[in-house]
Ligand binder design. Structure first.
Ligand SMILES: [Ca+2]
Ligand SMILES: [Ca+2]
Length: 474
């Protein structure tokens, strides 16, 4: 099913649907489209033909065509009408501890603990009350550090409770990207076996120390996703992100349940988009990324949100629906966000699409550097239960200013040197900074009480994401 339409809107500023004003969006003529994806209820996108704003939503409940039209109208009005009455998004940061070093990631193993990777190479355990004095694992001797190098993240196998496997992402002493697997100690759940390490991937990263990527996440499909940087310098001189013969500037997807006992300790998922002889390399899931420092999957929907750090002008959040079959091209370096990249196509293979080609997937959020922001730190959608007001909001921030946004709306607190967000098994959110701050994101609403579902003026309350236009940040 495909429904398309077009509508004229006045040029507006500070238009933000049911949320408080958050900035500027100029809407001239809107093109909108509802597309039903096979195997998913549907996804919807609304985009300004000037490509200044893009809205996508994936309602969680199937609606009939009339419902789709009503939903579209609602979203359309929200984009172009004045802000309504909703209170400002209000969060605070609850300081939990200082890790004593630059926190690069916060992961969970499905239990009550959180695991903090420190850039110099240690993995620390937060047991719910304190950071344990003895590291879970210390890889300092294997890691090059620091600037953008170091131990950059960890991810625990979905069956960690039974197999004890976890995976780490670091730059080795030669500066190359390394993905390795370790096991928990057989006798102590708060210690890893330092001798258990096996290397799955070593990705050459010569010449430059920046843009190493750094995120590992297991997807809802059970496969391990790896976000790699473009190899560094500025404007990706070799055009790595658009090349099919290197694993740089990519989102990779591998199956760590193949070849568990023998090199290379992973295999290619049979549904990977480029599996089979010839290029692109089989591990590639998506390309055109500059430095996807942080990405996450929505634990409820399985959708993917990628924070891709920009060059000198735009920071962006990219989106991929759960139903994606892979193969997306997120544009870099031909595009930086929704603008044309300053590096043009120099160094690129022949035949690449030109800037603004519909081949490129545009971000769902982007912001510029005009107020000091400079490097996006992708986060998570809040799916916890402690703060219902935060439900369905995608939190992310900027490393340079410490700003934190919730689905495009600027919040009050600042986290200087904001390096990562994290999520516990209950869906509560945390953040970490290069200064060692480890904090929890706290909403303004009281803990939930057993009350009936909300209803507003007799109108069905749609899942929050549905009702929220995703627009450019202030
Ligand atoms: Ca291939
Ligand atoms: Ca992009």
């Amino acid at each position: 099913m495909l429904v398309t339409g077009r509508g004229g809107g006045q040029e507006k500023q500070d238009a933000r649907g049911e949320n408080a004003p958050v900035g500027h969006i100029r809407i001239r003529t809107l093109e909108f489209q509802i597309r039903a994806d096979e195997g998913a209820p549907f996804s919807m996108s609304i985009l300004d033909t000037s490509r200044a704003a893009i809205l996508r939503a994936t309602p969680l409940v199937p609606l009939g065509l009339a419902g789709l039209a009503a939903l579209l109208g609602l979203a359309f009005r929200q984009e172009i009408e004045s802000p309504a009455s909703r209170a400002a998004l209000d969060i605070t940061l609850q300081t939990l501890a200082n890790a004593g070093g630059s926190i690069t990631s916060i992961a969970n193993a499905g239990d009550s603990r959180l695991f903090l990777t420190v850039q110099t190479g240690r993995i620390l355990i937060w047991d719910g009350a304190q950071i344990l004095p003895t590291p879970f694992l210390d890889l300092s001797s294997l890691v090059s550090c620091c600037t953008e190098r170091g131990l950059l993240s960890a991810a625990f196998h979905p069956q960690y409770a039974t197999n004890g496997f976890f995976f780490v992402y670091y730059t080795n002493t030669a500066g190359n990207i390394t993905i390795a697997r370790y096991s928990v100690s057989a006798s102590n759940p708060n210690l890893a076996s330092s001798s258990s390490g096996v290397i799955l991937l070593t990705i050459p990263h010569p010449t430059n120390s920046n843009h190493n990527g750094g995120e590992l996440q297991f997807g809802p499909d059970g496969y391990l996703y790896i976000g790699t940087g473009d190899g560094g310098s500025a404007n990706d001189p070799p055009c790595n992100a658009q090349r099919d013969d290197v694993l740089l500037g990519k989102l990779l997807r591998i199956d760590v349940d193949q070849n568990v006992s023998s090199s290379p300790f992973y295999g290619i998922p049979p549904s990977n988009p480029f599996i089979g002889a010839g290029l692109p390399l089989d591990e590639i899931w998506a390309k055109g990324l500059r430095n996807p420092w942080r990405f996450s999957f929505d634990r409820m929907t399985g959708d993917l949100y990628i924070g891709d750090v920009g060059q000198n002008v735009r920071e962006e959040i990219d989106f991929q629906p759960r139903a994606s079959a892979g193969g997306e091209n997120y544009g870099w370096k031909i595009m930086e966000g929704t603008r044309c990249g300053d590096g043009d196509s120099s160094g690129c293979p022949a035949g690449l699409p030109a800037c603004n080609s519909p081949v490129f997937k545009y971000p769902i959020f982007e912001y510029d550097h005009s107020t000091g922001d400079c490097s996006v730190t992708g986060g998570y959608i809040y799916r916890g239960s402690a703060f219902p007001d935060l439900a369905g909001i995608y939190f992310y921030g900027d490393y340079c200013t410490g700003k934190i946004w919730g689905s495009g709306q600027l919040t009050t607190p600042r986290a200087a040197g904001l390096s990562t967000f994290g999520q516990d098994p209950s869906g509560e959110l945390y953040l970490g900074t290069v200064n060692g701050l480890f904090a929890r994101i706290v909403g303004s609403s009281p803990p939930p009480t057993p009350t009936p579902s909300r209803q507003i003026s007799g109108r069905a309350v749609l899942p929050r994401r549905t009702a929220e236009p995703l627009i450019r940040n202030p």
